[in-house]
Write a protein that binds this ligand. Structure first.
Ligand code: FAD
Length: 403
């Protein structure tokens, strides 16, 4: 596997083990069927608990049965999963960085006990509801809202089994869309404005079985097909106060989760690009035209040389970012740079790899075109490429160009 600058020589034993376990898992359990899942628009659901058993969800967190691995081990895991498919890495990113991370960081002890164990094993599946039909890049303008109910009523959620009293329930209304895994989720982290408290944004742990919650699947995507995406409609949904994340308020809540997930995406994109490179290199070596392998032609070598260089630069970026994260010095703007660069790199290079495979390259028998179309989503979600440009522009100049 491409590691041109021998970055993996510095991995410790635990990190090597994580890399090898994930690589083997992807080779044996993902690659053989993922093309078919992609064509069918299905996610290999049997892998959800298998990934849990292997400790693939939030392995960089501690307690509640979680392994507390290094950030580098976490990054390597994301890289290997996305070498399989961006949909697979999305599953692990959402479960770990967008659902378990906020519960771990901002949840009450009862919430942590109730959710983290089962999310870690994959027995429970979670999703993260931030994007709305009218508010994607600007989630601050979200319309989903919660209002405290002062009337007397019964318990509405599993986090609190005791009878509720006056004023300890919220009523949620609104709609979220483009939510990874919402149709198969047991719990949704829903970000909403609290109308009883000056529209402060809060995180609500919503059991998807609760009355008034519907999670329709979005069909006929042409990207990230081996991943389930849906909506979350909230129609007078009663949520107990015990299901509000107590440790955070304001946009810091969702944005801090996105920083965690974007870190994993910056790593993951390298995995997708590496898989494209390896597939193209192998094909160029095997495929004969004009009396010999196409890899002997300078034009093909130029493509491989450029691909290997761009992948290596992207690897350097995430390794350095990871050092900063380990030291507690990583800034969200640095994550924006890595997400922006590495996803663009993977998107560009997947296209070159597809090109090298000729006509065969447009089939699902070879991974590059699948990666290429997946990467359209990765380029767009977790902050579009444009939005990360503006984040960097603002950081570099002091001028906000969002509006
Ligand atoms: P818009 O915000 O409408 O943007 C449209 C275009 O305008 C983009 O090119 C954008 O870059 C550009 N643009 C916007 N503002 C500016 C500006 N100020 N200056 C210049 N250009 C601008 N969301 C979740 O909450 N949870 C999930 O689990 C989740 N999973 C997803 C899975 C998939 C498959 C997809 C496709 C999306 C997912 N998303 C999820 C949503 C994703 O984060 C949004 O699609 C993304 O934030 C962009 O929002 P939008 O699609 O509304 O585009």
């Amino acid at each position: 596997m491409l590691d041109y600058l021998s970055l993996e020589a510095d991995l410790n034993e635990e990190e090597r083990m994580v890399r090898d376990t994930a690589r083997e898992f992807v080779e044996e359990n993902v690659k053989p069927d993922v093309g078919e899942h992609w064509i069918e628009g299905t996610f290999p659901k049997e892998l959800i608990t298998e990934m849990g058993e292997l400790g693939f969800y939030a392995p960089n967190l501690d307690g509640y049965g979680l392994p507390d691995l290094s950030e580098r081990a976490y990054g390597l895991l994301m890289q290997e999963l996305e070498a399989g498919d961006s949909g697979l890495r999305s599953m692990a990113s959402v479960q770990g960085a967008l659902v378990m991370y906020p519960i771990h960081s901002y949840g009450s002890e009862a919430q942590k006990e109730e959710y983290l164990w089962d999310l870690g094993t994959g027995e429970t599946v979670g999703c993260f509801g931030l994007t709305e039909p009218e508010h994607g890049s600007n989630p601050t303008a979200m319309e989903t809202h919660a209002e405290k109910d002062t009337a007397e009523h019964g318990s509405a959620s599993p986090a609190s089994t005791e009878a509720t009293q006056d004023g300890d329930e919220y009523i949620l209304n609104g709609a979220k869309t483009w939510i990874t895994n919402s149709p198969i989720s047991d719990v949704a982290v829903v970000w909403a404005k609290d109308r009883s408290d000056d529209d402060t944004v809060r995180g609500f742990l919503v059991d998807t079985d609760t009355d008034g919650v519907t999670t329709n699947k979005i069909e006929e995507k042409l990207s990230l097909r081996a991943s389930i995406t849906g909506e979350i409609h909230l129609d007078d949904v009663r949520v107990n106060e015990a299901d509000v994340l107590p440790g955070v308020e304001g946009m810091k809540g969702p944005l801090s989760c996105l920083t965690q997930a974007r870190f994993g995406i910056a790593w993951g994109a390298v995995g997708a690009a590496r898989d494209c490179f390896e597939t193209a290199r192998q094909y160029a070596t095997d495929r004969e035209q004009f009396g010999g392998p196409i890899a002997r032609f300078q034009l093909q070598q130029d493509k491989l040389a450029e691909m290997a260089t761009q992948i290596s630069l992207a690897q350097l970026l995430v390794y350095r970012l990871t050092d900063l994260k380990e030291r507690g010095e990583m800034r969200p703007e640095q994550v924006s740079m890595a997400k922006r660069n590495n996803v663009r790199m993977a998107r560009d290079q997947s296209r070159v790899a597809r090109e090298m495979i000729g006509g065969n390259g447009i089939t699902a028998d070879y991974s590059p075109m699948r990666h290429m179309t997946n990467l359209e989503t990765v380029y767009t979600y977790e902050g579009t490429h444009d939005i990360h440009t503006l984040i960097l522009g603002s950081d570099l100049t002091g001028f906000q160009a969002f509006e």
